[in-house]
Write a protein that binds this ligand. Structure first.
Ligand code: SIN
Length: 288
């Protein structure tokens, strides 16, 4: 299906695409939004190079994609309360935000559908974001594994990151981001291991290294073994798209079928991104 309002150049693998021919800084028409959503459903990760956005414009563009998601544990910008600054200073030694595989806020009952990340100040090297295609991960599983996991649920929690015992609990004075550690991060929710996307109707493997902490109903040995197997499949090299940033690029990804991580490798340089999330829905099992 072709596009009238945007130009979409898919990556060779079909996972991820570059979108040009549209200026996202003024409000765009409903037709443009419709085409962007269609391209996102098809390619799961979209990058829009050379966009002249600031926090206000990113927030306004994001609002056209749907209602905002709830972003816990990170203090948003004072004047733009749906925008988070993902930032790291040149001399910072604190753990990198988002540096392990995750799907945004999968510990929520209704995790965000889409995340928007805009490159404000991008280092000359390093700082890539890697995306893993969870549709292909699911498709690659043996039929026997697909049947085994069809009705199972993963247990998700923010505990490893944001609880008082989590990765961000040390009060590292060099950290630029304001992270709000809380015991509420120890709460758990369950989501199907195989989820069906509401727009594409395709099944994806819905597990991630940070927030999926077990599998409901299995003893800990079985749970660890199966979860580790699924996690390692989910991030196999052939399912990954590496995004190299340039300042002024906006990237959208669909958390319902994509996991991601932020790489380091830019010591001595600042990195600043603006980030918003769009509300999602309670994940629906692939058996329906
Ligand atoms: C994130 O996990 O949202 C941050 C990704 C990045 O900084 O590249």
């Amino acid at each position: 299906m072709s596009y009238i309002h945007i130009k979409v150049e898919p990556n060779v693998s079909g996972f991820g695409a570059i979108v040009t021919g549209v200026d996202l800084s003024p409000p765009v028409s409903a037709n443009v939004i419709h085409e962007i959503m269609r391209a996102l459903t098809k390619h799961s990760v979209l990058s829009f190079p050379e966009q002249a956005l600031d926090a206000d414009k990113l927030q306004k563009f994001s609002a056209q994609l749907g209602p905002f998601g709830e972003d816990p544990y990170i203090r948003s910008m004072e004047r733009f309360n749906h925008v988070i600054e993902v930032k790291r200073g040149a001399g910072e030694t604190a753990p990198i935000f988002g540096s392990l595989w995750h799907s945004d806020w999968s510990f929520q009952e209704e995790p965000p559908s889409i995340t928007c990340l805009y490159g404000v100040n991008v280092p000359p090297h390093g700082g890539d974001t890697l995306f893993a295609d969870n549709y292909r991960a699911y498709e690659s599983l043996a039929n026997e594994v697909k049947s085994r996991i069809a009705t199972l649920n993963g247990v998700h929690s923010a505990t490893r990151a944001y609880s008082p015992k989590g990765l961000f609990s040390n009060d590292d004075k060099t950290r630029s981001m304001k992270i709000l550690v809380s015991s509420s991060a120890e709460e758990t929710v369950t989501h199907p291991l195989v989820r069906r996307h509401p727009s594409s109707a395709k099944k994806s493997l819905y597990v991630n290294h940070v927030y999926t902490i077990g599998i409901e109903g299995l003893n800990s040995g079985e749970s660890d073994a199966l979860l580790n197997e699924l996690l390692s499949v989910s991030v196999q090299t052939e399912f990954i798209y590496r995004h190299r940033w340039a300042s002024g690029t906006l990237v959208l990804w669909d958390n319902r079928c994509v996991a991601h991580l932020a790489e380091g490798g830019y010591e001595g340089y600042d990195r600043l991104m603006y980030r918003t999330t769009i509300a999602g829905e309670s994940p629906v099992s692939g058996i329906y």
